[in-house]
Design a protein around this ligand. Structure first.
Ligand SMILES: Cc1cc2nc3c(=O)[nH]c(=O)nc-3n(C[C@H](O)[C@H](O)[C@H](O)COP(=O)(O)OP(=O)(O)OC[C@H]3O[C@@H](n4cnc5c(N)ncnc54)[C@H](O)[C@@H]3O)c2cc1C
Length: 376
């Protein structure tokens, strides 16, 4: 008989897996239950891996606080994962250009505050407003139509499928059990605690439970008498293939972005669609994304599009995740609702969620202050 784990994590996306990593580093034993035939195949696979929220000054402080941790720690985490597993998450400090926006006051205030929090080297600039000459120096392939931009030279990216593969391998090497085809269907509770979960492969139990089921989290919680404001929000992407190095910067214009990978792939994203749990791709999204991409970088007109996909983000109010103890069952921790930013927010969220698991007396995480629950 295999030993019972200290913690069961429900959902093998980036949030569940990064929390598993925090817990295993703290000496805990962890089992991840994943409904699919492998972990990391939903939103965390589909995402772009930009390590900064889009237009970050538009978000509440909680998102900035979590982004600070991600910005500071991703380079080291990615390097550690690569060293431990031989699988490179492809962290690249590409720099980020935000084109033609007039929110200079808000952006510069946010950037000043953020760079102070990440202890950015004062000699180098974290943020500047630049004109067309500098835009074409920084990214020569950009259309000449753009007259001004915000430039964030230290913003990086990871390549989601590689990040997930590396993380999974690291966890397995460290003894985490990741069980595929294990769909959690119900929490069994008694005297203010979760005592076990019913799954498609039988009943499983542990001391603690962490719910990190992404867009599916709210559905699972309904059975425990609370409703959580998390809903699926579809995001579609298309993938161009160019020669390596053709495009180097992450570019954002009018809510659409381009992310160049090291090997010449360029992701163009993304849509924001409230269509329930529907992961189909559409022709209209393809056309929109293609037009926006070519408008930014005209040479993409001649590059083949080799793939289109969709993922379901765990949409939440203002993009603020819930990192909290269940109001009735104190050994059930919820970490979900990262919406458009689960990769950059994941490191900080995982740390807070792991703290709640490790410290039964801690109530709420420091970052999420308002209760998001309503009793059904
Ligand atoms: C197109 C797109 C672009 C994005 N770009 C970025 C970006 O550039 N930067 C960024 O930071 N973020 C980005 N995101 C957002 C980011 O990908 C998500 O916020 C993040 O992946 C959410 O992680 P998660 O682990 O909560 O959810 P998921 O990755 O969806 O993981 C949840 C897991 O739970 C499993 N599960 C569900 N129900 C059950 C159950 N009952 N039992 C067992 N397992 C279950 C699912 O199968 C899944 O594997 C993007 C997302 C999309 C779709």
């Amino acid at each position: 008989m295999t030993a019972k784990s200290d913690t069961i994590i429900i959902g093998g996306g980036i949030i569940g897996l990064l929390t598993a990593r925090e817990l295993i580093h703290a000496g805990r034993s962890v089992t991840v239950l994943e409904r699919n035939n492998g972990a990391g195949l939903e939103s965390s696979w589909a995402g772009g891996g930009i390590l900064m929220p889009l237009y970050p000054w538009r978000y509440p402080d909680a998102v900035t606080a979590l982004s600070v941790i991600g910005h500071k720690e991703y380079p080291k985490v990615a390097a550690d994962l690569y060293k431990a597993t031989g699988v490179n998450p492809e962290y690249v400090r590409s720099g980020h250009l935000i084109l033609d926006t007039d929110e200079y006051e808000q952006a510069s205030r946010w950037a000043r505050d953020f760079s102070r929090k990440v202890s950015h080297n004062k000699k180098a600039s974290f943020f500047s407003r630049i004109g067309s000459k500098d835009i074409s120096r920084i990214e020569p392939e950009l259309s000449e139509n753009f007259l001004n931009a915000f430039w964030f030279p230290t913003i990086g990216q990871v390549r989601n499928p590689c990040m997930m593969k590396s993380l999974i391998k690291d966890l397995i090497l460290k003894g985490v059990k990741i069980i595929p085809h294990a769909s959690v269907e119900k929490f069994n509770t008694s005297a203010g605690k979760v005592v076990s979960v019913e799954t498609s492969i039988g009943t499983k139990s542990a001391e603690n439970y962490l719910l990190a089921a992404g867009a599916w989290s709210a559905t699972l919680l309904e059975g425990t008498g609370i409703s959580l404001d998390i809903e699926p929000v579809r995001g579609q992407m298309i993938l161009f293939k160019t020669e390596p190095g053709r495009l180097r910067r992450i570019i954002l214009n009018n809510r659409k972005y381009l992310i160049p990978r090291k090997d010449g792939h360029v992701l163009a994203g993304s849509t924001l669609e409230y269509v329930g749990f529907n992961k189909e791709v559409t022709d209209s999204a393809y056309q929109d994304l293609w037009r926006a991409a070519v408008n930014m970088v005209p040479c993409l007109e001649h590059a083949p599009v080799i793939k289109q996909w969709a993922g379901l983000r765990p949409g939440s109010k203002h993009g603020v995740p819930t990192i909290d103890r269940h109001p009735e069952f104190d050994n059930l921790i919820i970490c979900s609702g990262h919406f458009r930013n689960g990769v950059i927010l994941g490191l900080g969220s995982a740390r807070l969620a792991a703290d709640l698991v490790k410290n039964p007396l801690a109530n709420k995480s420091k970052i999420n202050t308002e209760s998001p629950y309503s009793i059904l």
